[in-house]
Write a protein that binds this ligand. Structure first.
Ligand code: BEZ
Ligand code: FE
Length: 283
């Protein structure tokens, strides 16, 4: 039996495990123990600092519930969500990039007709969203579901303002035809702060960081035989593109918003194509 020492702390804890070393739990937990111990040693963590960390995590749990998940927000704000996404979705070059899911998706949004307007509160600058869903070889995908959601002109999702916004405001699902095209009307999204009235917001303030996300439209694109794509398109020129509070921006996801065509006076147009990766075994 080994007693605990500062020097041998990692081995002392990890050797207590009694499961096969190649069990995934053993792999993950032994690495976690090693990194946490190294972190404590690296910064010479004081007892007051450890108490503060425990209090922070306690409050993060206490503020979480069915309507709010502060741990995901913490993971987002520390870049961990984007890192997990990156290592799990290493895509071929011509496939559309993924980004964070975020907490504001709602399952089973209404299925709408192509071209329909998802903005139900009549606020904001009208924008037409158009493009195609294809495979990485650019062949159109029929029957793809394009599930979209965005904030309203004031920077809030409908679920954040159930008493103010109509249900399903700025949300909808569109199913592509044989040409793989989608078209819908909505508004040019606006930048907004992530929920910053809890521990994560306090952390951002203490770190001298702002809570804003650059304006974006969320897309969840799915089709039989293809990997589900969770992504956004960002509004070109947004002032927060290079300082997104959750690190979600990728250059390939910055979309153009233009005033062109017959409705140039009244409507923006944003065109973006999505290229999905075939599931293994479907190639
Ligand atoms: C969002 O884009 O909806 C979002 C993503 C991460 C944290 C908060 C909001
Ligand atoms: Fe969002």
């Amino acid at each position: 039996m080994k007693y605990f020492t500062e020097h041998a702390s990692v081995d002392t804890v990890n050797e207590r495990m009694n499961i096969p070393a190649d069990d995934r739990v053993a792999v993950v937990m032994s690495s976690l123990v090693r990194h946490v111990h190294e972190f404590v040693k690296d910064v010479n963590l004081t007892e007051a600092e450890w108490d503060l960390a425990i209090d922070f995590l306690t409050r993060t749990g206490q503020i979480s519930g069915p309507e709010r998940q502060e741990f995901i927000l913490l993971s987002d704000a520390l870049g961990v969500s984007m890192l997990v996404d990156a290592i799990n979705h290493r895509r071929p070059e011509n496939a559309t990039d993924s980004t964070v899911f975020g907490p504001f998706h709602v399952e089973n949004a209404p299925i709408r007709e192509m071209g329909e307007n998802i903005s139900l509160d009549g606020k904001g600058e009208a924008c037409l969203f158009v493009g195609r869903v294809t495979g990485t070889d650019r062949t159109p995908i029929e029957g793809a579901c394009v599930d979209v959601w965005s904030d309203n002109e004031d920077g809030y999702y409908d679920v954040q303002q159930p008493d103010i916004q109509p249900r399903w405001n700025n949300r909808g699902r569109f199913v592509t035809g044989a040409d793989g095209r989608y078209t819908f009307r909505g508004i040019k999204p606006t930048s907004y702060p992530i929920p910053d009235d809890g521990p994560v917001g306090q952390m951002l303030t203490r770190l001298g960081r702002h809570p804003y996300r650059p304006a974006h439209m969320h897309f969840l694109v799915s089709a039989d035989g293809y990997e589900r794509l969770v992504t956004h398109t960002f509004v070109d020129g947004d002032e927060y593109l290079e300082s997104d509070a959750v690190f979600g921006v990728k250059e390939s996801l910055v979309a153009t918003y233009e005033k062109r065509g017959p409705d140039a006076d009244t409507m923006w147009i944003s065109e973006y194509d999505f290229a999905l990766v075939q599931e293994p075994g479907e190639v």
